[in-house]
Design a protein around this ligand. Structure first.
Ligand SMILES: NC(=O)c1ccc[n+]([C@@H]2O[C@H](COP(=O)([O-])OP(=O)(O)OC[C@H]3O[C@@H](n4cnc5c(N)ncnc54)[C@H](O)[C@@H]3O)[C@@H](O)[C@H]2O)c1
Length: 443
């Protein structure tokens, strides 16, 4: 299409340039004038015919189920994905088939991501039907996402490759499977990257979330939705530990602002359409198959390479600390939220009664200074880190996070059991095996 547009605009430019010089103007009076105009009309006609044929060609030869183009302009979203057809539908159905009594049928978005892979595989292990959805974007090394996909495939979970902004795809998925639940984990994560590519946060965390909710509100039956918010919504809040009742109107990054916007959007869809919505504010999740953009991950990589690491401190040598939460604890929290989620109350796109709306902190409730994180890694890796102590930049990171988890404890039976030392040991074992165990060398 863009080629076509280019051709058309080139053509128009030629047209405009025609009378711009006296010489060319004179040509109009020459005996050849009529023939020249006739030739130019013929050329125009041919070009327009080509344009018309090209439009027809594009219209008919697009796959009948190919997705609508994403509306976003961020570089990673301008992709099309292949989906549809009887074999594809069979695969979708088989992955989502419930194998236990009273099992759930769950669409897991962001399934090739860190948390998504762990949640999808835990659901599958207990007999729930699970279908994944992920756009495999390149925010971090997509080969890690592919490796997670292979892992899930071995447990019987199929990940559909597509974008949550693709309404036609989402509608098709709900047409093929009547999902009882959506575990929505697809998002643009990371705090600092928001200054580099803000559009990707709006695309996935706001537009994508709204698109997903639009589809969920209109299908019958409406699913219950559990989705990932973030501890970052607490922003500049200084009251500790962070409780769900504390203020969340001072986000310190665009990422945090999009997650906060998600919480408000969730309220709206619950209020107007009766969707059952549970938001989970995760606190710095870590563990095997983790995210390479997170400090514990790239510290490990850099320490092993003998490269200096930047360790931040706050003003007046203040401690920077995080409530690091091990992935298995987070998974239990997610399953607890899915199991206690009440049904949505709407049908036919209309609310039929009040529906559940919840927000929970999922943290470890024991913050650890980042300097201590480095010391644990040094012991586990048996390598001394080269530390560069630096001032905490004001580009999104906050000085500390600390979760009050009593509400999740009460309602979800959430009880984290893994301390940082134990969890990092498991991470390091996975890391060494994944990157040096024959699959891939540490770069
Ligand atoms: N890991 C943490 O410490 C942490 C903390 C707070 C909140 N969260 C939230 O938890 C969720 C999962 O985080 P994670 O650590 O697994 O991140 P992740 O980046 O590993 O996983 C997110 C997945 O979503 C996919 N995705 C992104 N945009 C998409 C789109 N438009 N359509 C389809 N797929 C898309 C990505 O390809 C990726 O695989 C996210 O919502 C994140 O914001 C994570």
């Amino acid at each position: 299409m863009s080629q076509l547009k280019q051709q058309m605009s080139l053509h128009n430019n030629d047209d405009n340039s025609a009378p711009s010089t006296p010489g060319k103007f004179k040509m109009e009076k020459s005996p050849y004038f009529n023939r020249t105009r006739w030739h130019s009309s013929l050329a125009k006609l041919t070009l327009w015919s080509f344009a018309f044929l090209a439009v027809i060609f594009i219209f008919f030869f697009r796959s009948p189920s190919s997705p609508s183009l994403p509306t976003d302009t961020s570089r990673r979203s301008l992709r099309t994905y292949n989906w549809g057809g009887p074999a594809w539908e069979k695969r979708v159905r088989s992955s989502a088939r419930v194998r236990s009594r009273n099992g759930l049928s769950v669409l897991v978005t962001g399934a090739a991501g860190f948390v998504g892979t762990h949640v999808a595989s835990a659901l599958k292990r207990r007999g729930d039907g699970v279908l994944g959805l992920d756009n495999f974007n390149d925010y971090y090394d997509p080969s890690l996402k592919r490796a997670r996909q292979a892992l899930l495939e071995r447990t019987g979970v199929y990940i559909v490759e597509g974008d949550i902004n693709d309404e036609a795809l989402l509608r098709k998925l709900f047409e093929v499977v009547a999902f009882t639940h959506v575990m929505h984990l697809a998002a643009q994560a990371g705090v600092r990257y928001a200054m580099e590519n803000p559009g990707s946060y709006v695309h996935s965390n706001i537009a994508g979330f709204v698109n997903l909710l639009e589809v969920c509100k209109s299908v019958n039956p409406q699913p219950a939705i559990v989705w990932a918010s973030s501890s970052s919504v607490y922003g500049l809040n200084t009251k500790v530990p962070f409780s769900e009742r504390d203020r969340t109107d001072q986000p310190a990054s665009l990422y945090a602002a999009t997650k906060k916007a998600g919480e408000e959007i969730a309220h709206t869809y619950n209020h107007i359409y009766g969707l059952s919505l549970t938001g989970l504010r995760f606190f710095t999740v870590y563990g095997p198959w983790g995210r390479p953009d997170m400090a514990y991950f790239f510290f490990t990589k850099d320490i092993l390479k003998g490269k200096a690491i930047s360790v931040f401190e706050a003003a007046n040598h203040g401690t920077v600390a995080r409530d690091f939460t091990y992935i298995d604890d987070i998974v239990r929290g997610c399953l607890g939220a899915l199991d206690t989620a009440e049904k949505s109350t709407g049908s036919g796109g209309k609310k039929r009664g009040p529906a559940q709306l919840r927000v929970f902190n999922l943290g470890n409730t024991s913050p650890v200074p980042v300097t201590e994180l480095v010391s644990i890694l040094e012991r586990l890796l048996k390598v001394k880190a080269k530390r560069n102590i630096m001032k905490l930049p004001r580009n999104g990171d906050v000085q500390f996070t600390h979760a009050n988890i009593s509400y999740a404890q009460r309602e979800l039976g959430y009880k984290p059991t893994t301390d940082l030392q134990t969890g990092l040991k498991k991470f390091v074992r996975w890391y060494l095996n994944y990157y040096s165990g024959g699959k891939k060398a540490v770069e």
